[in-house]
Ligand binder design. Structure first.
Ligand code: NI
Ligand code: MN
Length: 226
């Protein structure tokens, strides 16, 4: 499994030759718009955690360009199906075996309106299993006791957690979240994109290190392999 970071919660995940784009927000992100050409991104699937602009902005352009199937909650899937896109609707607690592996849509504590204010269902995260690796993408969320459910059915190799605070968990709660999901290897996301969520990278890494955990903060376009 290969994971590339494109800023905010935007990721590309390659599993067994299939490409999954998560929460594409690139053309509207000053940190990534000049570094990533969305038309060069490969996508068989686009996974959307919720309907906020900083998670869906480039989904339509990438889906049009690639023919990718959009996977999200029922309301978001319906929204894109009405626009003519291929979709796969899910809802909380449900799993599905895709070509690349298994995806479970799990709880998140956040909101999920579309940019025009219309209803975007309830927000979620994803647990993805493929190539004998399992990752948790929390999406935008507060720290929640529901995270304790995840290790009851999955042994995580990586937890992708928001750490920017204000709109989501901050660093201290993300450390607790990593305890809840029983994973000490964390990829931090959802920071630095706007003034509200700027963080001190050294302090963030130090706090995780002191808690016995490894926080990775990737540059835009940087990849890790599991
Ligand atoms: Ni959000
Ligand atoms: Mn967000």
């Amino acid at each position: 499994m290969n994971i590339t970071f494109y800023g905010q919660n935007s990721l590309s995940i390659e599993i067994g030759g299939q490409h999954i784009i998560v929460d594409p927000f690139i053309t509207g992100n000053d940190l990534s718009k000049d570094k990533v050409d969305i038309m060069s991104l490969k996508a068989d699937y686009i996974l959307l955690t919720h309907a906020h602009q900083d998670h869906i902005l480039d989904a339509e352009a990438i889906a049009k360009n690639t023919g990718a199937t959009i996977v999200s909650n029922y309301e978001i899937a319906n929204h894109y199906e009405e626009k003519g896109f291929d979709v796969h609707p899910m809802n909380h607690g449900g799993s599905w075996d895709f070509e690349f592996g298994k995806v479970k849509y799990v709880n998140a504590i956040h909101t999920s309106s579309f940019p025009d204010g219309s209803y975007g269902g309830q927000p979620g995260g994803f647990v993805i299993e493929g190539e004998h690796k399992t990752i948790y993408i929390a999406g935008d969320t507060a720290l929640t006791m529901d995270m304790k459910l995840i290790p009851m059915s999955a042994t995580l190799d990586l937890a992708i957690l928001p750490i920017g605070d204000n709109f989501t968990m901050g660093i201290d709660d993300a450390i607790i979240a990593s305890n809840f999901v029983e994973c000490d290897k964390i990829l931090g996301v959802h920071y630095d994109t706007f003034g509200y969520i700027e963080i001190d990278h050294d302090e963030a890494k130090r706090k995780f290190y002191e808690a016995g955990k490894d926080l990775m903060l990737l540059d835009i376009g940087e990849s890790i392999s599991l």
